[in-house]
Design a binder for this molecule. Structure first.
Ligand SMILES: Cc1ncc(COP(=O)(O)O)c(C=O)c1O
Length: 431
C-alpha cells in the first residue's frame, strides 16, 4: 500500500498545483471522523467544505448509491431516469410551494450559472434585455466565468485577464455588520437601501436577477440581519428583479433548518444548490417556478452528467435521511450549544472579535485588537494548524482571511462538540 509521503510527492509531480492542501491524505471516513493513510484520526469540522452534512459514508446512502451503481451508472440527458425525477419531486416538496421545477448539473458554480442563465432567458421572454445581474461584495458563487464575475472578491480573479468580467454584473455592499462603519439598527440597513442605487447608477436599469447567499459562506460566515433580507426582497420585487437564493453552502440542514431561506422567511424565484445536496456525490442544480422554468426550450441548456442516476439516488436518500435521522434538528441543537459556549469563551479572550452563524455554520472572527478589529490572519492559520495536530480539522476563510470555520457533519455528538470546544479554548488562550 502507498504511504502518505509518496502520494503527496506524486501529486506535486502529476497534478496542477491548484490547491493549497494540508499535508494529510484522507483515506476513509465514518460519520464525523476521517482517517489519514497513516491511521491518524480527525474530527472533521469542515465536512469537505459543507458537503457531507449527513456524515461520512452513512450506511443508508452507501446502500442507495451501491444499488444504483449496479443498476445504471449513467444514461445522459437524452433519456429519462428514475432517481432524477424522484429527486426533483422531493425538492419541490422541500422548498416553498411556488418552486416546482428543477434542473440538475454537477457543481455549485454550474448551478449558479444555470440559475442566472434561466433568469436572463425569462427576462428576455418578457420583452426585456436580460442585461443586468446584481451580486454582493464579499460573496462567493464559484470559479467559472460568470460565477467568478458574480463572486464579490477580487482575490479570486487576479491573473485571469477578462475571464471574470462578464458584462452586466454589478455588486452591492456586503451586509457585514461587524465591519460596517454604521451601527445596526441605527443604520436603517443602508447596505440594503444601496441596492436601489446600484440599479439606478451601475446597471442599465433593467436587471434580470439578484443573487444572494442567505448567510455568506466563503465571505466569512456573515449573517445579514433579518431587516436586510426583507428590504432587499422588497426592492427586487419593486424592480421586477428575480431573486436567486444561493443555498449551495447553506442548504440541507447546515444552518439548523433544511434551507437557510426558512430562517429568514425568504421566498426566492430560484434556489441554487449543490454541496450538501449529494452528501459527497457530485451534484448541483436549481429549482424555480413553473412560469420561469417554462421559458426554456429544449436545447437551451444541457449537461451530459447532470441528473446522473447515482448522484440523484444518493441525493434523494440523503434528503430523506437528514430528516429521518433528526440531523437538521441536531444541527440546530449542537450549533446552539457551540455558539453559546463560544460566546462565553469570547468574554475572556481579546482575540475573538465575533462569534456568529446559525446551526452548524459557525464563524469565529479573530482580531489582534477588538477595538481596531485588525484581522489576526497568521493567528487564524496557527489555530487551524494546531487543531489539526490535535486531531480536529477546521476551515479558515473570510474576506479578511481571519475566520475559523466550524461546519462539522450534522451528526456531530455532544461529546465530540465538547472536545472540539475544549481544544479551541486552549488554542485561543495560547494566542
Ligand atoms: C454559496 C456558494 N455558491 C457556489 C459555490 C461554488 O460551488 P462549487 O465549488 O461546487 O463550484 C460555493 C462554493 O464554495 C458556494 O459557497
Amino acid at each position: 500500500m502507498v504511504n502518505r509521503d509518496e502520494i503527496i510527492k506524486k501529486e506535486s509531480k502529476y497534478m496542477v498545483p491548484a490547491y493549497a492542501r494540508k499535508p494529510i491524505v484522507i483515506y476513509e471516513g465514518k460519520d464525523t471522523v476521517v482517517r489519514d493513510l497513516d491511521g491518524t484520526e480527525y474530527i472533521d469540522c469542515i465536512s469537505g467544505i459543507s458537503v457531507v452534512n449527513a456524515g461520512h459514508s452513512p450506511e443508508r446512502l452507501v446502500k442507495a448509491g451501491s444499488e444504483q451503481l449496479s443498476k445504471l451508472i449513467h444514461c445522459s440527458g437524452l433519456y429519462h431516469n428514475v432517481p432524477q425525477t424522484l429527486l426533483a419531486e422531493k425538492l419541490a416538496d422541500l422548498t416553498p410551494s411556488n418552486l416546482t421545477k428543477s434542473f440538475f448539473c454537477n457543481s455549485g458554480a454550474e448551478a449558479v450559472e444555470g440559475g442566472v442563465k434561466i433568469a436572463k432567458k425569462y427576462s428576455v421572454t418578457q420583452g426585456r434585455t436580460g442585461a443586468g445581474v446584481i451580486a454582493l461584495e464579499g460573496s462567493f458563487h464559484g470559479r467559472l466565468s460568470l460565477s467568478l464575475t458574480l463572486t464579490g472578491q477580487a482575490k479570486y480573479k487576479h491573473g485571469f485577464g477578462t475571464f471574470a468580467n462578464a458584462p452586466g454584473v454589478a455588486h452591492a455592499p456586503m451586509p457585514y455588520c461587524y465591519r460596517c462603519p454604521l451601527e445596526f439598527p441605527d443604520c436603517s440597513t443602508e447596505c440594503a437601501r444601496r441596492v436601489e442605487d446600484i440599479v439606478k447608477y451601475h446597471t442599465t436599469g433593467d436587471v434580470a436577477a439578484m443573487i444572494v447567499e442567505p448567510i455568506l459562506g466563503e465571505g466569512g460566515l456573515v449573517v445579514p440581519p433579518q431587516e436586510y433580507h426583507d428590504l432587499v426582497l422588497k426592492i427586487c420585487k419593486e424592480h421586477d428583479i428575480l431573486y436567486i437564493a444561493d443555498e449551495v453552502q447553506t442548504g440541507f440542514g447546515r444552518t439548523g433548518k433544511m434551507l437557510a431561506i426558512e430562517e429568514f422567511g425568504i421566498k426566492p424565484d430560484i434556489i441554487t444548490m449543490a454541496k450538501g445536496l449529494g452528501a459527497g456525490m457530485p451534484i448541483g442544480g436549481y429549482i424555480t417556478t413553473d412560469e420561469i422554468a417554462n421559458c426554456l426550450e429544449s436545447g437551451d441548456h444541457f449537461s451530459t452528467f447532470g441528473g446522473n442516476p447515482v448522484s440523484c439516488a444518493v441525493a434523494l436518500e440523503n434528503l430523506i435521511y437528514l430528516d429521518d435521522a433528526g440531523l437538521v434538528k441536531n444541527s440546530e441543537k449542537m450549533g446552539g450549544m457551540l455558539m453559546k459556549q463560544l460566546k462565553e469563551i469570547q468574554q475572556s479572550n481579546k482575540y475573538i472579535g465575533e462569534v456568529r452563524g446559525r446551526g452548524l455554520m459557525i464563524g469565529i472572527e479573530l482580531v489582534k485588537n477588538t477595538g481596531t478589529k485588525e484581522p489576526a490572519v497568521d493567528e487564524t492559520q496557527t489555530v487551524a494548524k494546531n487543531l489539526m495536530k490535535n486531531g480536529v480539522l477546521v476551515g479558515t476563510g473570510g474576506v479578511k482571511k481571519n475566520v475559523i470555520r466550524l461546519q462539522p457533519p450534522l451528526c456531530i455528538t455532544e461529546e465530540e462538540s465538547q472536545k472540539v470546544l475544549s481544544l479551541l479554548e486552549t488554542e485561543f488562550k495560547q494566542l
